[in-house]
Ligand binder design. Structure first.
Ligand SMILES: *Cc1c(COP(=O)(O)O)cnc(C)c1O
Length: 360
């Protein structure tokens, strides 16, 4: 067996221990005589799995009792519609557009009401986070929307925007559980799990209870109402059962690693190794304004497309995979999520140093 160092932006690397445990339980989950994949989602055994996953997530993120945790399907992208359908009571929302995912959410919201772009960093290829301390928040905005970590561009909000009292909604797909978070600052926190938590197919929505109402936009399908899922503890219909089971294992792994503060320290240490190298390198350079750099996604370029392609090719051959950057940024991107070990980043930097020397 040869595991590579997988720098994919998503679906992405998962802790090896979790995969091994899932493999061990594949044919017979703890004496049940079946795989979790084959199990009724109404069984006592499965009920324990989903309840324990929720309890562990609540503990990790210190989620207050007045927030619901929903395990849903449809990916993060389905939330681009579900959020306005459920939250746009006044049919007005303010969007801060810091990348492609925020832009897609902003465009989707326009199908349902008046979505205002109140700030953007598109003028410089989304390479920074705009100043959000005093934005023209709409008087009647139902919420203010951000994408907290911009997976493609490698930027992260280091301070949350001043929403002037309006509900904050955040897509945290690519920074979920990467550091401690104050849930009370948000109305809704959501993310697809395939970046930092588990297999594609699950999206987790953490939502304040007062935002869950019957009062949704006309025509909102039953499956797209938060209330139906909240009232049924995410078991209104068959949930993505196996995916939730793996997420639960990752929550336990993070707890064992010391929780979110320990994750943050681990992630800062990894990111520093790579950013320090980029700052001193004569060949490679980071593409993001320093103060806005993400701990999770690190884009970089050589400034020469042919050399970028050569680097990606040689890196892949050496066991460092999925380093090709997004087509809108070019160059490279190393996604260094929770499960990427420090050695992976150290060895990548060692490889980059060698490449630099050979191509000077
Ligand atoms: C990957 C990603 C998405 C899209 O997720 P899907 O589950 O494929 O819909 C949305 N937002 C962010 C920040 C992402 O990284």
């Amino acid at each position: 067996m040869a595991r590579v160092y997988n720098f994919s932006a998503g679906p992405a690397v998962l802790p090896e221990e979790v995969l091994q445990e899932a493999a061990d339980e594949m044919l017979d989950y703890r004496g049940s005589g079946m795989s979790v994949m084959e199990m009724s989602h109404r069984s006592k055994t499965y009920d324990n799995i989903i309840k324990e996953a929720e309890a562990d997530l609540r503990e990790l993120m210190n989620i207050p009792d007045n927030y619901k945790v929903l395990f849903l399907q449809g990916g993060a992208s389905q939330q681009f519609a579900m959020i306005p359908m459920n939250l746009m009571k006044n049919k007005v929302a303010d969007y801060i557009v810091t990348g492609q995912w925020a832009k897609k959410a902003y465009q989707e919201a326009q199908l349902y009401g008046k979505a205002n772009k109140i700030a953007s960093s598109e003028d410089q290829t989304f390479s920074y986070i705009p100043d959000c301390s005093d934005l023209p928040i709409s008087e009647d905005a139902d919420y203010v929307y951000i994408c907290e970590n911009n997976t493609i561009y490698g930027t992260k909000f280091k301070t949350l925007p001043n929403t002037k009292g309006k509900t904050l909604v955040a897509d945290v797909s690519s920074c979920f559980l990467s550091e401690p978070v104050d849930v009370t600052k948000y109305g809704v926190i959501y993310g697809g799990v395939q970046k930092n938590i588990g297999p594609a197919g699950v999206v987790i929505v953490i939502i304040r209870e007062d935002l869950i109402t019957e009062d949704v936009l006309p025509g909102t399908p039953t499956m797209l109402r938060y209330k139906i899922h909240a009232d049924n503890d995410s078991l209104y219909n068959t949930p993505p059962a196996y995916g939730i089971y793996i997420c639960g294992k990752v929550f336990k792994w993070i707890k064992k690693m010391g929780g979110l503060q320990a994750m943050k320290e681990h992630n800062e240490k990894k990111a520093k190794i790579l950013y320090d190298f980029l700052d001193e390198s004569k060949l490679f350079k980071g593409t993001v304004r320093k103060e806005d750099r993400s701990l999770m996604n690190v884009p970089f370029v050589t400034g020469n497309e042919e050399l970028d392609a050569k680097f990606v090719k040689e890196a892949t051959a050496a066991g460092f995979t999925n380093l090709k950057g997004h087509r809108t940024v070019g160059g490279m991107r190393a996604s260094i999520y929770n499960a990427m070990p420090i050695e992976g980043v150290e060895k990548l930097v060692e490889f980059m140093r060698k490449f630099e020397a050979e191509n000077a």
